[in-house]
Design a protein. Sequence first.
Length: 638
Amino acid sequence: MLKIKIIIISILISLSLSSTGFGQIDTSWTIRYDSITKKVRSLEKSIPGLSEEVTNSVTGVKLDEFLRALAISSGVNISIDPGMNFQIINNFNNVTVSDVLLFLCNEYKFDISFIGNIVVIKQIEKPVKPPAFDVQYDPKSSNLSLNVEDIELGILSQKITDITGKNVIPANGLSNQRINAYVQNMPITSTLDKIAYSNNLILKTTQDGFYLFEKKLPEKTDAQSQKSDLTALNFKNEKEGNYKLSVNLLGKDSLTLFAEKAPICEILKEISIKSGNNFVMASIPKGELSLQLIGAKYEDIIRSILSGTDHVFKKQGNIYVIGNKNSPDLMKQVLIQMQYRAVDSILYLIPKDLIGDIETRIFKEQNSIMLSGPVDKVTETEKFLQQIDRLVPVISIEVMIIDYNTTYTVSSGITAGIGQNPAPPTSGQVFPSLDLNLNANSINSLINRFNGLGFAKIGKVTPNFYAQIRALESQGILNIRSTPILSTLNGHEAKLSIGTTEYYLEEQLNIIGTQNPQSTKIDTYKPVEAELAVIITPIVSGDDQITLEIEVTQSDFTDRIATTAPPGKVTRTFKSQIRVKNEEMILLGGLEENRSNKTSSGTPFLSRIPILKWIFSNRTDEKTKAKLNIFIKPTIIS
């Protein structure tokens, strides 16, 4: 019954609006609402909560709160747009949840969609109409037509300049001002003038054909006008000397200045009066200037004028105080905390012309520096420190050092002799290499076998006799690898040193006295070091290219020539400067060392006869080859 009443009321309201001429049928909404209705009806079986009947009456309750309560009472999962927080008034009695949702949807024009068993309710986004921006130009008649709404003056000026070829420029500070205008088929000068008039601006035309938009100044009262006229009159009388001075205000904090041999004090007075800034001259600066500035800021003009004098300015509230830089009132103290650099390492970086007149004090605990001195010097120094206080990159450097050694040794021959004691039992290796030690028993047994073959007997050897037979060949390959990882700041050295220390004995003999000389001996053990040292200095450029200065030194000990003599030493060094990309690996190497050592001993004359020399001599041939290779991979961490 309630459904019929709701439908009848809706029809009567629609007929009433149509008869009075107020309201039109929204065809697009009708189509959308029909689609929502079909979707809701089709899901009533799969979502039982939509068919649940509810009864409620609310007044002044927000829509999102009402829907949240409806979801809790019916068990329907409802997701609500947070923006739907407007208040509603309704009264429902035994109405299904689906009918309530469809009624509210039609009443407040929101969208209903479904994700599985979840009902999603959200506002319908209204299409945003772009502001009008239509500019047309007729070259034949030189007429300009435009229709613009809420367009920045800078964009409009650029558009007019592009299509007309006439230079249109807004004054400083006016580029972002919003413009509204509608003009049809008017000359360009008249069109620009009407744009300026309707937007509280002034149009000026220069002799070289430029159109300038300037801000319209507020009208002065009679008292202000009289005071301004009096100031201009007095100033005109002062300018009757041999200098020229002209100051014009283009916009807020934008001045045009022309001076020719004008006193500095008069320039400061005029720009302060024209720009409306309060100023106090504690002392009058001396000197004259000739300059021309267009569209410059007030503080920039003062700073440039006083740069060549002994005067500075300081802003206290809304008042600019101008005076001698040594005046206590114009001194400035500021505490600057460095973020990325160590404060005790930046003093030598500050230019001498800045730091000369400034007193500095360093606070290491806070990584801060106190500057005290003239305002201009302190301000410039503060800007300089802010410019150099930048994040310094950290570079991680992975170094892989490979020392490739190959050794080839050949040892052959027979050694025999008589020891102090009987030789140990026969032992050694027969295959694949021959390295056999024979004692007297083994040798006598071998002789006995030969004695039975002929008429002559060789005899026997003494029990202390021994013989060593050797014929072997060995080949070795040794790889020594070291992979340290170093980290350092940009432009600083990263150093690694791994060393070994050995000692040798040095004896010193001192003789004291002449008639009864006495001698003293002093033994001193002195160290000798062999090390692997790597020194790398990285420098990072703006495109993540890394320049590396590399120096590698590797030294090793060799055999001593005597027990107490210093050990021999072999040193290999790399020194190079290269540029690589971030995380790119490079190879430095190729330094080779070749050593050959041959030793032999044998029976005179017999040791030089072919074939027999293998029996009557003992030889050792050793060849060693070493090659040093270094792999380097830098990575920028931050």
